[in-house]
Design a protein around this ligand. Structure first.
Ligand code: 4AD
Ligand code: MG
Length: 431
């Protein structure tokens, strides 16, 4: 019995006879020579079979193969510079493991609605495989970045009793005799308190927003990584963000060239993503936008169009700093230089817009309580959070980076729905 290998391991076995378990993508035949292209998740492989070189029953099985049949191939690995991965397989045995009848997604074009209904099958296509691999690389880079820098991972709850961001986009559920529970919009408040225990921490998990918007960059369930650093101010926070984003991009450029090529994403523009990123204050940004014809008024959050205008043509992301208080969440620190604003930043990626929201936190008990009241939040559910300001309050900052937006930007994918295996959106709960 030849050794069973994954396709990605084949180049090191040129000349050997091996077995591969995989799914059939396409077949073609000249009548004398047949070709099978298969996928096993590690890569793509072409197997070649000569009608005269094999037993008639093998050739018959080859001719009966259909798209997505699972097969076991045996053959000799041949180096071939033109082949993907640099090798081909000269087939000597072929077993059908699981037949596949009329796979609905064929190499022709399908509409998005058709594909979304069959997301579980669509995932098998080359473009989706590339997206999932790049997503995996981004997630692994995130974990490595914080691990290498001495951060401790703290997992925060998904069922929560206090509102993390804003009352407007909460998913609620009844929680036994304790009233309402909310699906976490953020792990931030919890990770802030853990920061006082461990100094440098991060949480990384799914977060939920009942976004009633059908844009190309909103999901109702998305993954967010949120670091929090003790004794770090807003400037240090932005330096960490630009180092972090550059690290993720460099990692994908280094290790996922083949997948970027599958997506027809030109890696060139990503190569200039290195610190320092561009910086502009919110107030200057508004003036600039008004000069460009935007109807933005001071005090309002920037819309997608404004973000696009600001980043158009930039070689690397842009920090928009110090937004007005009324446009941002209650926990951000008042800016001593202009108390109408807070010490915060949004990191805008060229071509996509906001991928990070970050801020220095309000560390003054009275100011924080006043903000909770001013925003009409239920004060009684923040007692535990306010303890952070009672017992050794400290300067600290943190941010949240959305995984799907980051993958969308790096891969140049027009809509966020393709950056997660099973996207949850206002109109999508199936499959
Ligand atoms: O700006 P946001 O709302 O910030 C927070 O949640 C803070 N608690 C973060 C912190 O300081 N610890 O969200 C952060 C990021 C956004 O920049 C975006 O990348 C992503 O999360 N995001 C979404 N991604 C997809 N769909 C949505 N509906 C998103 N909402 C936010
Ligand atoms: Mg934000």
């Amino acid at each position: 019995m030849p050794t069973t290998l994954r396709i990605s391991d084949l180049p090191a076995h040129a000349g050997s006879t091996v077995a591969v378990n995989a799914w059939v993508m396409t077949t073609r035949s000249s009548g004398k020579i047949g070709f099978i292209v298969v996928r096993d998740g590690s890569g793509y492989l072409q197997a070649v079979v000569g009608k005269r070189d094999v037993a008639p029953d093998l050739w018959e099985r080859f001719e009966g193969l259909t798209q997505e049949t699972s097969v076991r191939l045996e053959g000799t690995v041949r180096a071939d510079a033109r082949a993907p991965g640099g090798v081909e397989l000269s087939l000597s045995a072929l077993a059908v493991l699981g037949p596949s009848v009329e796979f609905p997604i064929t190499p022709k074009e399908h509409g998005t609605a058709f594909l979304m209904e069959r997301r579980h099958l669509w995932l098998r296509s080359r473009r989706q495989v590339a997206l999932m691999k790049i997503r995996h690389e981004v997630v692994q880079a995130i974990r490595d970045f914080f691990h290498e820098r001495g951060f401790t991972l703290v997992d925060t709850p998904i069922l929560t009793g206090s509102i993390g961001e804003s009352a407007g986009t909460l998913f609620e559920t009844e929680y036994f005799d304790l009233g309402k529970a909310y699906l976490a919009q953020t792990g931030q408040l919890y990770v802030e308190t853990a920061c006082a225990a461990l100094g440098k921490v991060y949480c990384f998990g799914p977060t939920f927003r009942a976004e009633k918007s059908k844009t190309r960059r909103h999901l109702t369930e998305f993954w967010m990584v949120e670091p929090e650093v003790a004794f770090a101010d807003s400037d240090a926070n932005m330096r960490l963000q630009e180092e972090f984003v550059s690290y993720i991009v460099a990692r994908v450029l280094d290790r996922r060239k083949a997948e970027l090529a599958d997506l027809e994403r030109d890696p060139k523009p990503l190569e200039s993503v290195v610190p320092p990123f561009h910086r502009i204050t919110y107030t200057d940004a508004v003036a600039k936008l008004q000069g460009m014809g935007s109807d933005i008024v001071w005090g309002k959050d920037l819309g997608a169009e404004d973000e696009a205008r600001l980043t158009d043509g930039l070689d690397r992301p842009l920090f928009v700093m110090n937004y007005p208080k009324e446009a941002k969440a209650f926990y951000m620190k008042e800016n001593p230089a202009d108390p109408r604003t807070v010490l915060c930043d949004d990191c805008l990626a060229p071509g996509l817009g906001e991928i990070i929201g970050g801020s220095q936190r309000e560390d003054d008990y009275d100011l924080l309580l006043a903000r909770i009241r001013a925003q009409g939040l239920p004060e009684e559910s923040y007692g535990w959070y306010l303890d952070l300001r009672r017992y050794g309050t400290f300067v600290h900052s943190g941010f949240g980076l959305g995984v799907e937006r980051t993958v969308q930007w790096i891969t140049g994918t027009p809509h966020i729905r393709e950056t997660i295996a099973y996207p949850r959106m206002m109109y999508r709960l199936y499959p």
